[in-house]
Design a binder for this molecule. Structure first.
Ligand SMILES: NC(=O)c1ccc[n+]([C@@H]2O[C@H](COP(=O)([O-])OP(=O)(O)OC[C@H]3O[C@@H](n4cnc5c(N)ncnc54)[C@H](OP(=O)(O)O)[C@@H]3O)[C@@H](O)[C@H]2O)c1
Length: 183
């Protein structure tokens, strides 16, 4: 990964914390936007300076985007990993439109309320080309005993990181089919 890379992670203090740490370890500078961004602090002390906490709330998307822009300064935000609960997604995506680079790579995580949560909600129009958009649906995995379970934070984080490298526009972590087998 390019050491100069500036990555925005929304939701980076929760299940995407591992992804934030991996990005820092790979040399990226990571803007973590959330109400308690300091919670994303890495164990690796040499990476602390490249973690940029951005105090922000999904419910105030214009302020969130302004805070991200301030934190980025003159640097272009060329990569974003986004986890936003409903109903805040649309507002956050709209507000980030003016902040992300015109050709930014955007990994957008979708919780699974069915086999295809993207079917009932269109992909955010802000991320059309020339942006590189990847929707990542979070599914479930099989357990050795024949049952199923939800994904762990680590599995979700690695799915998000994989999507940064994989240009497929629709990706799934675990599986969503058949939906009737979900935990
Ligand atoms: N298919 C699956 O298996 C699946 C799918 C989804 C989730 N999960 C699991 O469910 C657990 C809980 O998920 P979760 O959705 O609560 O996500 P989470 O990522 O564990 O935690 C919530 C994240 O959202 C941020 N956040 C919450 N409210 C916010 C607000 N108003 N403004 C800005 N940021 C806000 C939090 O940051 P701040 O507190 O810093 O604001 C935090 O980073 C996770 O552990 C995950 O593993 C599993």
């Amino acid at each position: 990964m390019d050491g100069e890379r500036l990555v925005l992670v929304v939701g980076g203090t929760g299940m995407l914390r591992f992804a934030v740490h991996e990005l820092l370890d790979a040399g990226a500078t990571v803007l973590v936007a959330g109400r308690h961004p300091e919670r994303a602090a890495p164990g690796n002390p040499s990476a602390i300076g490249r973690l940029v906490p951005v105090q922000a709330d999904w419910s105030e998307p214009v302020q969130l985007a302004a805070a991200v822009a301030r934190a980025a300064g003159q640097q272009s935000v060329g990569t974003a990993v986004l986890w936003v609960h409903r109903p805040y997604g649309a507002g956050v995506h709209r507000a980030l439109d003016g902040v992300l680079a015109p050709d930014a790579t955007v990994v957008h995580l979708w919780g699974s309320a069915g086999a295809d949560p993207t079917a009932s909600r269109p992909a955010p129009p802000e991320y059309r080309p020339p942006r590189h958009y990847r929707s990542v649906v979070l599914g479930y995995v099989d357990r050795p005993d024949g049952g199923t379970r939800w994904l762990t934070d680590r599995e979700i984080s690695y799915g998000a990181l994989r999507a940064l490298a994989d240009p497929a526009p629709r990706q799934t972590v675990g599986r969503t089919e058949p939906w009737s087998r979900h935990p």
